[in-house]
Design a protein. Structure first.
Length: 202
């Protein structure tokens, strides 16, 4: 295989949390990313065993086709992968302090948090009942958790799900908190993906 053919056959695999699935799917649905594929991982989110399993899966994936590259997108998850480990050369990380920084400006997110907001995204909200089950919460313990230091729920509405408004109302009722939806669109997230892909293609 000559160099040009090898270059055309290269793939960028973006490993990301399912909570980012709606936005990544929307961005990659255009014709601009024929050489990019999405791979979902189960988010560790503070679970040491899950973090270790995730690290092993990523390291295995990085040892497959040498023409391809792995890019891990997230927050604590990528940091857990690289902690105390040397990353394979074909793996790259984009680990923000908060997952929400992929969706909007960090200063804006910080302002919302300082005002006591618990921030939500469409992907997390779509499976909020399963997430609470995973955390071991029933309704009373969920209410206690979310009302401790939180004043309201804020949805970063990227416009990818027509169900988000209803899901926000249901979740807010379940935990007894006021709520608000802020339409932010996909612009910021699209720039994140564009930078990743452009850097790899150079």
């Amino acid at each position: 295989m000559d160099g040009a053919a090898a270059s055309k056959s290269r793939k960028l695999f973006i490993h990301a949390c399912p909570h980012l699935l709606p936005e990544i799917t929307a961005v990659l649905a255009t014709d601009e990313y024929p050489d990019v594929e999405l791979v979902l991982f189960s988010p560790p989110c503070g679970h040491p065993q899950k973090a270790e399993n995730f690290r092993e899966r990523v390291f295995t994936a990085c040892g497959l086709n040498s023409n391809d590259q792995i890019f891990i997108l997230g927050s604590c998850c990528p940091r857990d992968v690289s902690r105390n480990s040397e990353m394979p050369a074909r793996c790259r990380l984009l680990a923000e302090e908060q997952c929400f920084y992929h969706f909007a400006d960090a200063e804006f997110i910080g302002h919302l948090m300082d005002e006591g907001a618990y921030i939500l995204t469409p992907g997390w909200l779509a499976s909020w009942r399963a997430q609470l089950d995973q955390w071991g919460f029933d309704r009373e313990t969920a209410k206690d958790f979310f009302n401790e230091g939180m004043k309201r729920l804020i949805l970063l509405d990227t416009g990818v799900s027509s169900d988000s408004s209803r899901q926000l109302e249901d979740f807010a009722s379940y935990v007894s908190l006021p709520f608000k939806s802020i339409r932010i669109g996909l612009g910021h997230f699209r720039l994140v993906i564009d930078r990743v892909v452009t850097r790899w293609r150079l």
